[in-house]
Design a protein around this ligand. Sequence first.
Ligand code: GLN
Length: 291
Amino acid sequence: MSDMDDKGISMTFLALRNRFEQDLHGHYEVAEIRQHFASLCERYFSYTPAQLVLVLKDEVPTDVVNVLLNDLSALTTGTPIQYILGCVHFLDVFLELNNAVLIPRPETEELVHWMLSSTQENETLNVVDIGTGSGCIALAFKKARPKCEVSGWDIDAAALAIAQKNADENQLPVQFKELDVLTDKLPKTKWDIIVSNPPYVPEKLKKSTQPHVLHHEPQHAIFVSDDTPLVFYERIIAYATDHLVPSGMLYFEGHTPLMESLKSLLQEAGFSDIVLRKDFRENLRFIRANK
Ligand code: GLN
């Protein structure tokens, strides 16, 4: 039941959830629609999914009905739920985000896990994340390895503003810096670990990219020219050759069909102990090499 009065629309949580299910039919599975609705209620009311069930027959405060209806229309136009919520969990950190930054992927959590499993809790390493975006890799690593000095670079000032906000909110002192890794002169620092999840999807794949990715996420964080798809890796490998300490580690996330070529690049550059790793979907996704 819904009706309009001076203050706005009056609706119960259940009626509103039904409206979500009706309007998003065909866009998402019912379970996913309910999950999105529950995530939004958690965001605005701090209700756990179990608490939400208990209040389903209660009225939603009218001002929030309007907010939720706006969120619903954003969902119908394909806006990812993470941008609507404006936040996401990434390992042990809670990150704010907007459409200036790529939504952190679960695969990238696996990359950080790999870095953590190869380092000790009390180590004091110098670590840089190149193309840091929301700061997810740098911040999650810093959270788990607080004694390390962690830096994050990105070409995009808007992304760095989010990354810095996330560092402040999580009280994680990470040094963020605006740099174009392809053209700028890079710092002469020596690093124990260099990590990067650079743009790696060849542009020709745009036509098969899901619309919510293509139309809502920052393209420059995802796509690379078909002619030079490994351009970021080439540049970072050249930098790492001179700026990793002896036995320093280089970690990359990358595009499955290009991982063997990336391995060859690392071999040609004289890196050793090169290990390729699959992600949880069984796609070759990560590579690690020793200097
Ligand atoms: N994994 C992302 C995607 O699927 C791409 C991330 C990247 O290019 N670094 O869209």
